[in-house]
Design a protein around this ligand. Structure first.
Ligand code: G1P
Length: 295
């Protein structure tokens, strides 16, 4: 059993091209598309902050520089807000700013797959366990998904993957895990398959895009061959690591929105809008009216 070092760093792979969202993503990274009034990436970073993460590692690529700007001070804007006494807006920006030196950016130069993107973080993460959050997925629950995973990790150690149940006909779109003995707050993972062919999935528990991984994953990914979709797959690397180390599944109970897909993104906007006290009264009745007009 690997040592239970604190999870201090989180990796966010944000190099993806966003082809499912063209033309919007021709000039704007998909992670910067807004759900209500915050970019998608902010929701995911907020989840990491809630889980106690102290250092944020972004794996970017060409055309993604605006993500780096977003996590920096916008000097002219802030001067203008100050001169206009827009204090609430200034506080908001200030609260969201990572502390100096706690955000790191490195580029994945070629889109070789998620496993390769994660490997690009090896020098910044170093030899300690880390969280990995796929920013397409934004989640809503009382206790954040990553926080629940950190709690499971504190008991079980090793590696932890968050999973949710999906309809069997959707299993081929995801990584799927096999379910072993129950643990307090989760279960042992017995196997993992990336995008199983229809009818071959070991369960209906899919990997939802949140991971706690031990650093030994990096040396495995270094020599990883291409898998499903001709990409270097993280799931294949994890399967190799599972021969040496324990993997636990954390059953996430909450709502997950795949904001890399149009339906998920639209539903996320509606859902997060009605969660907000300032926006809910403005949109609930018009939304109901829109939906009833469809019938
Ligand atoms: C990736 C992972 C897959 C996981 C999914 C969740 O796939 O490889 O295991 O289930 O994210 O969104 P992708 O969506 O990049 O094809």
């Amino acid at each position: 059993m690997a040592e239970k070092k604190k999870i201090r760093k989180a990796v966010f792979p944000v190099a993806g091209l966003g082809t499912r969202f063209l033309p919007a993503t021709k000039a704007v990274p998909k992670e910067m598309l807004t759900v209500v009034d915050k970019p998608v990436i902010q929701y995911v970073v907020d989840e990491a902050v809630e889980a106690g993460i102290e250092h944020f590692v972004f794996i970017t690529g060409r055309g993604k520089a605006v993500i780096e700007d977003y996590f920096d001070i916008q000097f002219e804007l802030e001067q203008t807000l100050k001169s206009r006494n827009k204090n609430a807006e200034l506080t908001l920006l200030n609260d969201l700013l990572p502390k100096a030196g706690t955000a790191s950016f490195t580029r994945q130069q070629e889109p070789l797959g998620l496993g390769h993107a994660v490997w690009c973080a090896r020098d910044i993460v170093g030899h300690e366990p880390f969280a990995l959050l796929l920013p397409d997925m934004i989640m809503y629950s009382e206790k954040g998904c990553l926080r629940g995973m950190v709690e499971l990790y504190e008991k079980a150690g090793g590696n932890v993957i968050a999973v949710e149940e999906c309809a069997p006909e959707l299993a081929h779109k995801y990584g799927i895990v096999g379910v072993g003995e129950e643990l307090e707050g989760g279960f042992r993972i017995t196997e993992m398959v990336e995008k199983p062919a229809k009818g071959t999935a070991p369960s209906n528990y899919f990997i939802n895009g949140r991971y706690i991984l031990q650093p030994e994953i990096f040396s495995i990914l270094e020599t990883q061959e291409r898998g499903a979709g001709n990409e270097i797959q993280l799931t294949d690397g994890m399967l190799k690591l599972a021969k040496q180390q324990a993997f636990a599944g954390y059953r996430f109970e909450g709502r997950t929105f795949d904001c890399g897909a149009k339906d998920g993104f639209i539903l996320a906007n509606a859902f997060f809008a009605v969660q907000r006290d300032d926006i809910r009264p403005l949109v609930v009745d018009p939304l109901k009216e829109l939906l009833s007009a469809l019938r």
